[in-house]
Write a protein that binds this ligand. Structure first.
Ligand code: ZN
Length: 291
């Protein structure tokens, strides 16, 4: 089966054809009309003949209807029927899920972990997650199971974009880490820049990532007690900053005390930038699709 895979992120879209393996990936900025960006990218790939179309997209969204309203795409903020529009244009079955859920499916399907219970996380502009238990993706009632970003890690913490207080995402997402550092005098422009400063030993940058690592350690400890997974695989740009990890591991060890929780492997995700596309392909494996 030739699966056309699409990954819709906040600033760019990526696409490739998956047929046993993932073919060459093409990317495009979402500047201007996002639908035009998507179809410009997909048209030449679809021309080669496709059987189905899988989509990973930033949330929030209505699942499984595939009406998306990604936070970073203003043109679609009111809700865009991406699944139906794609099905209409390309004439093939379309399955669409949250990008962090797709990363979890991809890590389970293609990551080589050798486990049946896995929490996949993405720590980047937001903090998201997806859950595989007993070898199957768990969707929950609305497709949001595994959304670890809004686990409360500090009841007195900062207000979260969701309107709550002290959520993991409100502390550990990239822009929140950068804001915290800038409020303490850092000149960092974004998460990559702050990561570079941390690598050079800048104390505010190191403190900023330690604070995020601490929040992640608390949130992950709570999650693994609840879920009894064997692996937590963490992807996304912020997860690649080395100075995040020592505090994450220390805090996790402090809070994950029951024997089954102590043995959980919490590690960087195995699949890189292509995890979203691979997860989009995996949606056509019925282990990862329940709708
Ligand atoms: Zn929240």
């Amino acid at each position: 089966m030739r699966t056309l895979c699409l990954d819709v992120g906040g600033t760019k879209v990526a696409a490739a054809v998956h047929d046993e393996t993932l073919g060459p990936v093409t990317r495009r900025a979402t500047a201007g009309d996002p639908w035009a960006s998507v179809t410009d990218l997909l048209d030449p790939l679809a021309a080669g003949g496709i059987d189905q179309l899988g989509v990973a997209c930033g949330g929030p969204m209505e699942w499984p209807a595939g009406v998306v309203a990604p936070l970073n795409i203003p043109a679609w903020v009111g809700g865009f029927p991406l699944r139906d529009r794609l099905a209409e244009k390309y004439g093939v079955p379309v399955r669409l899920h949250n990008d962090a859920v797709c990363v979890a499916a991809a890590e389970h399907a293609f990551g080589g972990w050798g486990v049946e219970d896995l929490l996949g996380m993405v720590v980047s502009t937001g903090v998201g997650g997806g859950l595989v238990l007993g070898g199957r993706l768990v969707d929950g009632g609305t497709g949001n199971a595994g959304h670890v970003g809004h686990v409360v890690v500090d009841p007195n913490g900062p207000v979260c974009p969701c309107g709550g207080r002290g959520c993991l995402e409100g502390i550990a997402r990239g822009p929140a880490i950068v804001d915290w550092a800038r409020s303490r005098g850092s000149k960092a422009t974004d998460g990559v820049d702050l990561g570079r400063l941390a690598a050079q030993g800048d104390s505010v940058a190191l403190q900023a990532f330690a604070r995020a690592g601490n929040a992640l350690g608390i949130g992950i400890a709570s999650a693994i007690h609840l879920l009894d997974v064997q692996v937590v695989a963490i992807g996304g740009g912020i997860s690649q900053v080395p100075s995040l990890w020592p505090t994450l591991r220390r805090t996790l060890a402090e809070h994950a005390r029951l024997s089954y929780a102590r043995e959980v492997r919490v590690e960087p995700a195995h699949l890189g930038q292509e995890a979203g596309l691979l997860g989009a392909a995996a949606l056509f494996d019925d282990r990862y699709w329940s709708a």
